[in-house]
Write a protein that binds this ligand. Structure first.
Ligand SMILES: [Zn+2]
Length: 263
């Protein structure tokens, strides 16, 4: 026997994510997400687990309960992605728009590693956890990070391996300088706002003379950063050699300047 349709339904909005819409549907029917899913007889308590993968049976149950087309339900989930695209799309919400969240919205584009400003209202996205609202970040860093985010998006949309590799190399550097002991992808899709901004800003910085930037970063760094440097260039020994060369030349000229100033 099919469960009864819900007393109230809500229309999905453009770019809305299934889990967010289910929450709005639950609220309209005066229950929480888990109660709603139990009523529809879907075997999960978290709507977020359906965002990437929903089977036809579950889509049909939700469609029936909300009195909408199953295709509309499926359109609220992420389509099949390439491995690279998936790696730049967070499985769980890591940032949101305070303005739109207040209206109960949860949008797909917020999950992308490059998402920076809300495409609906233009408000800058902030981490879903942490003390983001009271955190003041320098305007210059924010602007740089916004540019870096745009570059990352461009590279991802273009599916340019070269540009994505360059971007991730910059992120690998950035996290080593920030002493973030984790994966570069987690730094981009994590709750530490200052790390994320720094990484995105590094993507922007790496666009102009990336090797020189890398060389400058490589002088005066600790062992961890040196390992990160090696890791960032491990598939490109020629680039690593070039970075090393520039770093040595820089050290030499700084040394010469120091000697001159002593005389
Ligand atoms: Zn918004």
């Amino acid at each position: 026997m099919k469960p009864h349709p819900l007393p109230k339904t809500v229309a999905p909005l453009p770019d809305e994510l299934l889990s967010g819409w289910l929450s709005r549907l639950a609220a309209a029917n005066y229950c929480d997400d888990a109660e709603l899913l139990a009523h529809i007889e879907i075997d999960t308590t978290h709507g977020t687990s359906l965002d990437f993968n929903i089977d036809a049976a579950a889509a049909a149950k939700i469609a029936n309960a909300a009195r909408i087309d199953p295709d509309v339900v499926r359109s609220l989930t992420f389509p099949a992605m390439t491995t690279r695209e998936a790696s730049l799309t967070a499985q769980i919400p890591f940032q949101h728009c305070l303005q739109c969240s207040r209206e109960g919205l949860s949008l797909k584009h917020w999950r992308r590693a490059w998402a920076f400003d809300c495409q609906v209202c233009g408000t800058r996205l902030v981490p879903t956890l942490g003390k983001a609202s009271g955190e003041q970040m320098p305007e210059k860093l924010i602007n740089r990070a916004r540019n870096g985010a745009a570059r990352l998006e461009y590279a991802a949309r273009l599916r340019s391996s070269k540009q994505l590799r360059r971007a991730m190399r910059a992120v690998t550097f950035a996290i080593s300088l920030k002493a973030f002991r984790g994966d570069p992808l987690h730094a981009l899709q994590g709750h530490r706002l200052e790390v994320r901004l720094f990484c995105l800003a590094a993507i922007d910085a790496a666009q102009s003379r990336p090797l020189v930037k890398a060389a400058i970063s490589s002088s005066g760094i600790d062992d961890y950063a040196r390992v990160a440097l090696l890791r960032a260039f491990d598939k490109e020994p020629r680039l690593l050699a070039a970075v090393d060369y520039i770093a040595r030349q820089r050290a030499k000229s700084i040394g010469a300047m120091a000697v001159e100033s002593h005389n």
